[in-house]
Design a protein around this ligand. Structure first.
Ligand code: CDP
Ligand code: CDP
Length: 226
């Protein structure tokens, strides 16, 4: 495959986006960009600076002042806000339960969308999020919309937390995921919706390897036809 493609992977929480996006990027020798981590990092910074999470103009000022960066590491990517490493902190429930409020603010979306478009400009990128196929990269050659039942997604997050030693209530987790999906899907700016030219992949009954194989098949087909 000679052309450097833009590959957009969107979908609701815990559908497997980041796990499979990383593996697809690795197979293709592409860069992986986790846009959710950027929204989480902004939320982390706003909480630390005591900024109201729905204060659009205060957030605009803050986002212009902070630098979010990614550094590759043996266990994936490390995320920084200025000099502070926030890789683990941005996965905590406190961030997960507040990120949708911050992500609904227009100023935050505009600033991060611009940054994401700069990152993806040259192609050779797999970017995952909620609005990549619709807003960030509307011309991406490959668009995938990953879904899975909310029960399965809550169970996946539950097991992930358990492996980290975090005990959570499965039913509460399911409710939190459903609430976040609802907020993300109903916000005014760039809501979570499937792009009209995206391919939907239901991962409820699929293993990670099966999802990756399916996506690679879609990419190969696309490359052959273009
Ligand atoms: O990993 P998980 O699916 O739980 O979420 P994430 O991808 O880390 O994204 C966290 C939150 O950031 C989402 O629930 C959205 O509110 C927001 N987000 C967004 O609005 N647009 C994106 N492109 C990516 C994330
Ligand atoms: O990025 P997103 O929130 O969509 O999901 P993720 O963080 O990539 O995946 C959530 C969890 O589901 C991880 O622990 C994955 O290992 C797991 N997973 C799975 O069990 N089966 C899949 N087909 C995909 C992901």
């Amino acid at each position: 495959m000679s052309d450097l493609l833009q590959i957009a992977i969107d979908g609701p929480a815990s559908a497997g986006k980041s796990t499979v996006a990383k593996l697809v990027a690795h197979q293709l020798g592409y860069v992986y960009c986790d846009t959710g981590a950027m929204y989480r990092a902004v939320t982390w910074a706003a909480i630390r600076k005591n900024i109201r999470l729905d204060d659009n103009s205060a957030l605009e000022k803050m986002v212009a002042e902070i630098k979010i960066s990614f550094k590759p590491s043996a266990d994936g990517q490390r995320v920084y806000v200025d000099q502070d490493e926030v890789t683990a902190d941005i996965r905590l429930p406190k961030i997960a339960n507040n990120v949708s409020t911050v992500a609904a603010q227009l100023s935050v979306r505009e600033a991060l969308t611009k940054r994401q478009q700069e990152i993806a400009f040259r192609g050779g990128i797999v970017m995952d999020g909620r609005d990549i196929g619709t807003t960030v990269l509307p011309d991406a050659q490959v668009k995938i919309f990953l879904v899975a039942s909310v029960k399965e997604r809550a169970l996946r997050r539950f097991k992930e937390n358990q492996a980290k030693g975090l005990e959570m209530n499965l039913e509460q987790l399911e409710q939190e995921i459903a609430e976040r999906d609802h907020k993300d899907s109903t916000r005014a700016v760039s809501p979570l919706i499937q792009a009209s030219d995206a391919v939907k992949v239901d991962t409820t009954m699929l293993s990670i390897d099966q999802v990756v194989a399916k996506i690679m098949e879609i990419i190969q087909k696309k490359a052959k036809n273009s």
